[in-house]
Design a protein around this ligand. Structure first.
Ligand SMILES: CC(C)(COP(=O)(O)OP(=O)(O)OC[C@H]1O[C@@H](n2cnc3c(N)ncnc32)[C@H](O)[C@@H]1O)[C@@H](O)C(=O)NCCC(=O)NCCS
Ligand SMILES: Nc1ncnc2c1ncn2[C@@H]1O[C@H](COP(=O)(O)OP(=O)(O)OP(=O)(O)O)[C@@H](O)[C@H]1O
Length: 268
């Protein structure tokens, strides 16, 4: 069982492969020097290695993130047209809020009647208004929703990668970096952003019919985009037209993904 070194990005910042290489090194040192470590422990480390190889190669997915209304869904629909399979965490979150009775009860209990409509159903706009203007409430909604969202993501990854053997699966997750977990299962990570923050605000105001203050609150509820950009492997600046975006994704991003995954040598 060997490592394909070409698949390991030179930046080598994350991905299950980092864990894999670490285990390889520990394993090599153990096998070479022994250190009087009992055979059973060495065996355990070997099993760990096999599990890491399995997880690293079977479940690796491409990450797609960015600020609110920067164009993640637009990029993911372009990738989907090209043939990538998409796991959309906003969609998962919406489906859970609509159908998971346990979650609905927990949210109603935690946030009270002010977030309900006249029929007693959770009103996303009202809940959003509370969540996006109060960091503590945001932590609370994350605590209630994220474990359920993670479970659904795992189910979908197993279904797509293990059972359907899909090679190119994209996880579209606005909070990919904020969660501090998802990023370690994604490589490469693509971040969509608008260099001019006003463009992002305008698109958010137009799409959701918001005032500038409300739009700003939503933007500020997320990790600063400059940090996300720094931590990413592929950056998509979406300040231009939709045509520009289509061309950039089709001509450049695809090649960069293939290069980072080791399918082609150069993205030029
Ligand atoms: C607060 C809610 C009810 C607002 O619903 P609404 O329909 O107005 O927005 P929608 O779900 O389409 O999300 C739009 C965008 O808001 C941003 N966003 C959503 N939740 C959060 C959050 N907890 N923190 C920061 N930004 C968020 C994302 O950029 C997302 O793409 C909803 O977003 C929610 O339940 N959020 C908690 C679950 C979550 O974290 N979802 C993000 C995917 S992991
Ligand atoms: N290059 C572009 N030119 C003009 N409008 C655009 C461009 N890219 C995206 N949009 C529009 O901006 C809005 C936000 O885009 P999109 O929904 O793809 O963002 P998002 O990052 O998925 O948002 P969210 O974080 O809320 O899920 C949409 O109305 C979309 O049609």
């Amino acid at each position: 069982m060997g490592i394909n070194w070409n698949r390991i990005d030179t930046k080598f910042k994350r991905s299950p492969q980092r864990l894999l290489v670490l285990i390889y090194i520990v394993n090599f040192v153990l096998l070479y020097y022994g250190f009087g470590i009992p055979f059973l422990i060495q065996l355990f480390i070997n099993i760990l290695e096999i599990v890491a190889v399995f997880f690293g190669s079977q479940f690796q997915i491409i990450g797609l993130t960015g600020g609110i209304a920067t164009g993640k869904s637009t990029v993911s629909s372009i990738l989907s047209e090209i043939g990538f399979d998409i796991i959309d965490t906003d969609k998962i979150s919406r489906e859970l809020m609509d159908n998971d009775v346990g979650l609905q009860q927990a949210v109603k209990k935690a946030f009270g009647p002010t977030i309900l409509d006249d029929n007693g159903v959770i009103d996303r706009d009202k809940l959003g208004a509370v969540v996006f203007s109060d960091a503590e409430k945001r932590k609370l909604i994350n605590k209630l929703t994220h474990p359920r969202i993670f479970r659904k993501i795992i189910q979908k990854v197993i279904q797509l990668k293990l059972f359907q053997r899909k090679p190119l699966v994209v996880l579209d997750a606005p909070l990919l970096f904020e969660t501090k977990i998802l990023e370690f299962f994604c490589y490469p990570i693509i971040t969509v952003y608008c260099e001019d923050g006003q463009t992002q605000l305008n698109r958010l105001m137009t799409r959701n019919n918001l005032t500038e203050d409300d739009a700003m609150r939503k933007v500020n509820a997320q990790m600063p985009i400059s940090i996300k950009v720094k931590q990413s492997d592929i950056i998509v600046e979406n300040g231009g037209s939709l045509d520009d975006l289509h061309k950039f994704v089709e001509d450049r991003v695809i090649k960069l993904i293939y290069q980072k995954l080791g399918y082609i040598d150069s993205a030029l």
